[in-house]
Design a protein around this ligand. Structure first.
Ligand code: ZN
Length: 136
């Protein structure tokens, strides 16, 4: 049910931003999430379809998903490496004193709307960008 919560969050946040911009119709939403977040995109698309039928604002809107590569930090060598390739053990020094820098998060990257007002959550800067999604 991880995916349902995520879509629910995205729909709520996008609605809020849309209202602030007097937007009544969403064209598309792009979600960005980490490589190791465990999110199954096919569920996201399914839930999105369901929501788009339920809320007129999202009718015929498209959901896009983009992946953020997972990166782990090694505290010993002070470097970053690919989490998916090497896991929790640093490939340079073999240390286990490592932690995930990114790759477990999810955020709304951009929102495309129909006229009259063109709003883009990202290009407007941080002002309108919602916070990160925190799974329960
Ligand atoms: Zn290391």
């Amino acid at each position: 049910m991880h995916e349902l919560g995520l879509v629910n969050y995205a729909v709520k946040e996008v609605s809020k931003i849309a209202e602030e911009h007097n937007v009544t119709k969403i064209k598309s939403v792009t979600l960005e999430f980490g490589e190791v977040s465990g999110i199954v995109t096919s569920y996201l698309y399914d839930y999105w379809k369901w929501y788009s039928k339920k809320f007129p604002m999202f009718e015929d809107s498209t959901l896009y998903c983009e992946e953020i590569p997972a990166v782990t930090w090694c505290d010993n060598c002070k470097i970053q490496y690919s989490t998916v390739a090497y896991g929790k053990t640093c490939p340079h020094c073999g240390s286990g004193r490592t932690w995930l820098l990114r790759g477990n998060e999810m955020r709304i990257k951009s929102i495309e709307v129909y006229d009259p007002v063109e709003a883009d959550a990202e290009s407007d800067g941080d002002l309108d960008a919602p916070g990160e999604y925190k799974p329960q």
